[in-house]
Design a protein around this ligand. Structure first.
Ligand code: KG4
Ligand code: ZN
Length: 340
């Protein structure tokens, strides 16, 4: 079965075609990051308007690139939430209109379910059940994933998401938006051990996280050195920050694996692209028998492939083919993954 995936929850328009037999056939992505950079963050109205411009040309591009016609598609999967309401409405209305016109089923996908399942796009892929560390710009959660649609929240951030902390600290270091990757690049020049920042909730007896205090500690350190902040000092602070965040993410992930006694860890979401996080997890899990899975770098951040995949897996799970779209739809700007 051939599923067209549409992702428009934030500032990336992602389109993909996934076949339940042949797997990912093709995908295309347009990032609005250059447009939002001047504002230091995503401007929701600009994001919605841009998605309107991009969705159909990207669909045409993916169909052409895969040599598949719209008539051959069996179902449409689109991100129903969570995300920016106007941006979600774009994908929802185009997805439903296409499904209505073709009289094929439409699948409403949870954006975080897409992230959680994204390592299944790679080879080797994890088997259910596994622990998932979901680290994006908006979320930081540890999940026990038992199967498609069976997600148990083990812990989450009580304030800022890890990606948000990366972006805010990057901004304080004078880096462009979104700064997570730029901060990580700067940190590669840092001297280990020159500064040490706190590891919030490292020893709390739960699987929750907190990053807003760490961001404040980084802000104080940056201010203290402001007058003579050489590139080296900024790099040293970036490294101290990255080290603190990744230490907490690693320790809590390992605790989650111990508690659940699961042997597989999946890391998903934009911060999952962070090399230091990847290296530390590989290092700490070496020789334990636990295997860690990362999505391909291009599927860590928002994309259409993970939405098409989630739609295809959902479709396969159904006993009978769902009815075609009746043309009506809703979006869910806020949506708890456990409510699926
Ligand atoms: O999953 P994603 O594309 O969007 C959301 O659904 O939020 O994640 C974006 C986040 C941003 O905060 C970005 O700065 C962060 O992921 N990010 C990184 C890296 N690459 C992206 N953070 C740290 N290191 C990276 N290499
Ligand atoms: Zn995302």
């Amino acid at each position: 079965m051939l599923v067209l995936g549409i992702e428009t929850s934030c500032d990336e328009t992602g389109i993909a075609l996934y076949d339940t037999r042949r797997r990912l056939l093709g995908h295309a992505l347009y990032s609005q990051v250059d447009m939002h950079r001047d504002y230091g963050g995503v401007v929701p109205e600009l994001a919605s308007r841009d998605h309107i411009r991009r969705v159909l040309p990207l669909v045409a591009q993916v169909l052409e690139q895969t040599n598949i016609s719209l008539e051959a598609i069996d179902a449409i999967a689109y991100t129903q939430g969570p995300g920016l309401a106007g941006a979600l409405l774009t994908g929802a209305s185009i997805g439903n209109a296409l499904a209505f016109a073709r009289n094929i089923p439409v699948l409403n996908i949870h954006h975080l379910e897409g992230h959680l399942l994204s390592p299944l796009l790679s080879d080797p892929a994890p088997d259910f059940p596994f622990v998932a560390l979901l680290v994006s710009g908006g979320h930081t959660q540890l999940m026990h994933v038992k199967g498609i649609g069976q997600y148990k929240l083990l812990g989450e951030t009580v304030d800022d998401a890890a990606g948000e902390a990366f972006d805010k600290t990057a901004k304080l270091l004078g880096l462009d938006y979104p700064g997570g990757k730029l901060l990580a690049d700067l940190a590669t020049q840092g001297q280990p051990g020159r500064f040490r920042l706190p590891r919030p909730m490292l020893n709390s007896n739960d699987l929750n996280f907190s990053f807003s205090g760490l961001k404040t500690a980084a802000a104080l350190l940056i201010n203290k050195h402001k007058q003579k902040a050489s590139t080296q000092t900024r790099a040293d602070i970036a490294l101290a920050f990255e080290d603190a965040v990744t230490d907490v993410l690693v320790k809590k992930s390992i605790t989650a694996l111990k508690i659940t006694r699961l042997q597989q860890l999946v890391v998903a979401g934009g911060v999952g692209a962070n090399s230091r996080l990847r290296q530390k997890l590989q290092h700490h899990l070496a020789g334990t028998g636990i295997v860690v899975f990362f999505p391909e770098l291009e599927f860590c951040t928002d994309n259409g492939a993970m939405i098409a995949l989630a739609g295809a897996l959902r479709l396969q799970q159904l006993n009978e083919k769902p009815p075609g779209s009746d043309g009506s739809f809703t979006i869910k700007a806020r949506w708890n993954l456990e409510d699926l």
